[in-house]
Design a protein around this ligand. Structure first.
Ligand code: 2AM
Ligand code: CA
Length: 257
C-alpha cells in the first residue's frame, strides 16, 4: 500500500517541478497570506484520480476541496496538494505534497514529498519512518541544544500575540529557531532529527496528518499545544517533538499562555 501511495505522490510531484508562470495562476483565498494556484488544484486532482485507483471506496479530503463533512469512517486520504503554497509561488523551493491514509480516523500511512530536494518522507503504522527509503529517527538533543521550528499562522492574526508569546518562551529555552513556511516539512525535519521541536497555533489536518504519523514512527510525538491528541476533522494547534522533550515543551507553552 505505502509503495503505491509513494508512486502516486512522486508522479504528482512532477506537476510542481514543471510549473511555470506560477504568479499568474494564483488566487487569494480567505485571509491574509492564504493563496491557491492552478497547480494546487492540478496536483490535488491528479492525486485524487491516482489514489482512488488504489482504494476505490476511499474518501478523499483535500485542502482545495469545498468542505469536509467530518466523516472519517472507513479509508480516507487526507491530502495537501502543496504545503507551503506561498513558498511555491515565490520560487522559494521549500514545499511538499502531503498524503495521509486514515482508517476509521486513525493514520495508517503518511507520505511527505519535497520534489525540489527529491526528499520523500514516509511511514506506515508500526513499521518505522523513512526518508528516501532510509530509516530516520528523532534527535537526542536536550532542550537547551534544541532548534525549534514554527509557523506564525499569518492567516489568523487574532492569535498573533499568543503565538509569539509561546514562540518567545520556546526561544528562551532553546538554542535557536527557524520558520520556513511548510508545516508538513517542519514536522518531518523533527522526525529526521534535523530540528527538535515544531509549533504552530492554527493548522488544518492536511498540514499535519501525514507528518504526524511519520514523526511518531520516528520516535516522536505530535499533539496540540496542550498535549492533547490532534484533531483530524478540525483545525488545531500542533506541538511536535521527540518523546523526551514533549512534556517539557507542553509545560513551556502552558506557562506562556
Ligand atoms: P499551505 O501552504 O498548504 O497553505 C505556514 O505557516 C503553514 O501554515 C503552511 O503549512 C501552510 O500550508 C499553513 N497554512 C496556510 N494557510 C492556512 C490556513 N488558512 N489554515 C491552516 N493552515 C494554513
Ligand atoms: Ca496547501
Amino acid at each position: 500500500m505505502l509503495n503505491r501511495i509513494i508512486a502516486c505522490v512522486r508522479e504528482a510531484g512532477k506537476i510542481m517541478l514543471d510549473a511555470r508562470d506560477i504568479a499568474q495562476s494564483t488566487q487569494n483565498k480567505q485571509g491574509i497570506g492564504n493563496f491557491v494556484t492552478d497547480y494546487d488544484i492540478a496536483v490535488q486532482n491528479a492525486l485524487g484520480d491516482s489514489l482512488r485507483r488504489i482504494l476505490p471506496a476511499s474518501r478523499i479530503i483535500g485542502e482545495e476541496d469545498d468542505g469536509h463533512s467530518g466523516d472519517l469512517s472507513g479509508d480516507c486520504f487526507i491530502i495537501d496538494p502543496i504545503d507551503g503554497t506561498a513558498n511555491f509561488i515565490r520560487g522559494y523551493q521549500h514545499s511538499a505534497i502531503s498524503v495521509a491514509l486514515l482508517k476509521d480516523g486513525r493514520p495508517q500511512a503518511g507520505v511527505v514529498y519535497n520534489p525540489y530536494l527529491n526528499e520523500l518522507f514516509s511511514a506506515e503504522l508500526g513499521k518505522g519512518a523513512f526518508c528516501n527509503g532510509r530509516p530516520i529517527s528523532v534527535s537526542e538533543r536536550t532542550m537547551p541544544e534544541a532548534i525549534f521550528l514554527f509557523g506564525a499562522s499569518s492567516y489568523s492574526r487574532e492569535t498573533t500575540d499568543k503565538n509569539f508569546r509561546i514562540v518567545r518562551a520556546l526561544f528562551d529555552n532553546t538554542a535557536d529557531c527557524r520558520s520556513s513556511g511548510s508545516a508538513a516539512l517542519d514536522i518531518c525535519y523533527v522526525a529526521a532529527g534535523r530540528c527538535e521541536l515544531f509549533f504552530e497555533m492554527t493548522l488544518s489536518p492536511w498540514d499535519y496528518a501525514a507528518g504526524g504519523l511519520i514523526l511518531s514512527e520516528a520516535g516522536g510525538i505530535a499533539t496540540d499545544m496542550l498535549g492533547k491528541p490532534l484533531s483530524y476533522t478540525h483545525e488545531c494547534s500542533v506541538l511536535a517533538s521527540s518523546l523526551s522533550l514533549h512534556e517539557q515543551a507542553v509545560g513551556i507553552v502552558k506557562q506562556a499562555l
